[in-house]
Design a binder for this molecule. Structure first.
Ligand code: PLP
Length: 394
């Protein structure tokens, strides 16, 4: 890898990379020296089918030959059908397509403006959870509490009130006559794999109903079968008014979407929002392939089963290394290992031994394998973790 060229031509908004990745297949990645890795990052919860799943590749190739892009000036059959499939999985409502998680959240923030303004122009505040992450555009960043992401970009949008996750009374106390919406993740990804409890999500729904607030759910990282439900909040039985999706929806091809309940879907009117690439035929075909493979290969059950195996293995490691591992959090194949030290050293040791992982806030090691992961690959990853923890034990 030529780091000098990397540094010469790329803006330095990411940390300098330790390796150069050139190929992927299933749960494996290869670097430019030919070294093989087990990928327990999935492109940060994106390649949920694994790399280059044959069905996904075939569908993209077929669609690329048929039609890649056409504007939303025209009806796109793949888009209409994808919206219909998402509505069947979520509930009565409508869908708007975009290209990323931040864009999906921006669309929900704009929805909450439309909702607030329809009730009373001073209703623009949005309650969000401390430690959450909603993206890097200025609106999504304003909804993100961590100084790490915000620093240098002020002034951000006003009107976001940060409340404690899983503390209903903190949210309740923050509601006033200017509040328009509540926005949370079902499982905080970047924030360190903190799980919103079922009672909390049901309580937020009730709070929103009582105060005419929009209940906005960010499923960008937890969504698309990763937690062992199609969307992470679905386990709770709560019913949000709008939901942001991206990452895993395209399985590696950029696509984002918001689902909005029927009651609020008509807040957007012709011309009130849009994006050139949103819901292109190629992006929607990638998402159809993802949904088909999830259904045909029972990936929701697979995420539960492999998640149990991996979770049990991680809990055993926590027992074996009590001074290093403080807690295992998360659900399905969205798991976090709360460490007693900064994870950076462990992440590079794991990488040297062929396991790719990613950090999250609060000294958390994030474990996000593809949903197609095999039992023997889970076992191998646990062995690598075990041997690296032995070397890293404080
Ligand atoms: C919960 C959540 N929301 C939004 C985003 C932003 O998504 P994107 O990077 O596609 O803009 C992320 C990205 O990590 C995320 O985890």
């Amino acid at each position: 890898m030529n780091l000098d060229r990397h540094k010469s031509f790329l803006i330095g908004n990411y940390a300098l990379p330790p390796i150069e990745i050139v190929r992927g297949k299933g749960a494996c990645l290869w670097d430019s020296t030919g070294k093989e890795y087990l990928d327990f990052t999935s492109g940060i919860a994106v390649t949920n089918l694994g790399h280059s799943h044959p069905e996904w590749v075939k569908r993209l190739q077929e669609q690329a030959e048929q039609l890649v892009h056409c504007s939303n000036l025209f009806s796109i059959p793949e888009q209409v059908r994808l919206a219909e499939r998402l509505v069947h999985k979520i509930g009565a409502g409508k869908v708007l397509f975009c290209n990323s998680g931040a864009e999906a959240n921006e669309a929900m923030l704009k929805l909450s403006r439309l909702h607030g303004n329809s009730l009373d122009p001073k209703r623009s505040k949005i309650l969000v959870a401390q430690n959450g992450f909603h993206g890097r555009t200025l609106g999504a960043l304003s909804a993100t509490e961590s100084i790490k992401y915000r620093q240098g970009f002020e002034p951000l949008l006003p009107g976001f009130v940060f409340c404690r996750l899983n503390d209903l009374s903190d949210f309740e106390k923050a509601v006033d006559d200017q509040t328009a919406a509540v926005l949370v993740e079902s499982i905080q990804g970047e924030g360190g794999l903190h799980v919103s409890t079922d009672e909390f999500l049901l309580g937020l729904q009730d709070l929103c109903n009582r105060h005419e607030l929009l209940f906005l759910m960010d499923e960008v990282q937890a969504g698309i079968a990763r937690t062992g439900e199609f969307l992470g909040y679905q386990k709770s039985g709560a019913q949000p008014d709008a939901i942001a999706m991206a990452k895993g929806l395209g399985g590696g091809f950029p696509i984002g979407a918001i689902w909005v309940s029927d009651q609020h879907a008509s807040l957007f009117t012709p011309g009130s929002h849009g994006t050139t690439f949103g819901g292109s035929p190629l992006a929607c075909s990638a998402a159809h392939a993802v949904l088909d493979v999830i259904e045909n290969e029972n990936l929701i059950q697979q995420a539960q089963q492999m998640g149990n195996l991996l979770g049990d293995g991680l809990r055993n490691l926590a027992t074996e290394f009590p001074a290093s591992i403080l807690e295992i959090r998360g659900r399905g194949l969205m798991l976090g290992v709360q460490l007693a030290f900064d994870p950076a050293g462990l992440i590079s040791k794991l990488r040297e031994k062929g396991l790719l992982t990613v950090g999250a806030a609060g000294q958390t090691l994030r474990i996000l394998p593809p949903l197609t992961i095999k039992e023997e690959q889970v076992v191998k990853a646990l062995e690598i973790l075990d041997s690296c923890l032995k070397e890293t034990a404080p």
